[in-house]
Unconditional design. Sequence first.
Length: 317
Amino acid sequence: MKVVIIGGTGHVGTFLVPRLVTAGHEVISVSRQKRKPYHSHPTWNLVKQVVIDRTEAEKKNTFGEQILELSPEVVIDMLCYTAESAKILVEALRGKIQHFISCGTIWVHGFSEQVPTKENHPRRPFGNYGINKAACESYLLSAYRQTGFPATIIHPGHIVGPGWIPVNPTGNFDPEVFKKLANGEEILLPNFGLETVHHVHADDVAQSFIKAIDNRNSALGENFHIVSEQALTLKGYAMAIAAWFGREARLGFLPWDKWKDTVSKNDADATWDHISHSPNCSIEKAKRLLNYSPRYTSLQAVQESVTYLMENEKIKL
């Protein structure tokens, strides 16, 4: 199959592109060429690189036609953030491709109401990111129902892997939290530390796109949560990371209104985003229809990422 991946050099693309090539697909990676993949792989030499600035092309109303000119059979869109962007591609590609797979987010649900949350549970998104991603999902699924546009939506959790900092046990991206746990220092958690985060390794997200292509008939018109087997509470996460370093976690707790004043505004905002969503998502549907089977638990994915950060002196113990 000829696969065009929009955003092929990002977190997931770093793992997805080699998987596609290894599976025998002809791959075209579309990006602004502002960064290289997080990790080198010999298969990248077999990938055609096409430079397109999506924002500028959409302003000129040329983006859809530029993608169509690449003659794809499958289009994977890692970078769709508004329904208007999705519509541009649908109108250009309708009737011209076999499969369109869009990357969404588990935040389309908003806060968790029933856990584990299933794909058919209510959508009450908040924040621009979740609201816009939910609008993308709604538009694409409507396009499938109304016109047969061959859409599938993949909803990852908190993507993690070697090369970037994972959501930590305080719900933000401060690498010092891991250092403190490794050194046996106390960390403060908001409330009782019982809010949840739900990680997924970037390679497991990549796996899901391959599974969607391989199980096209089951994937068309569907949306799938792609996360690890189990979410983590902040408290359980902190205890497990400390134990990984051979320590017993020293934890303190403060109500949110006091806790937020102990960190920077950026860290407080990130933590609020994570704990107000507290995702805990089911992967039963992805297992059943796509044969999805995550290789990594949440902790294994985080541990691989933290190991990489330590080896590259991003975290200095």
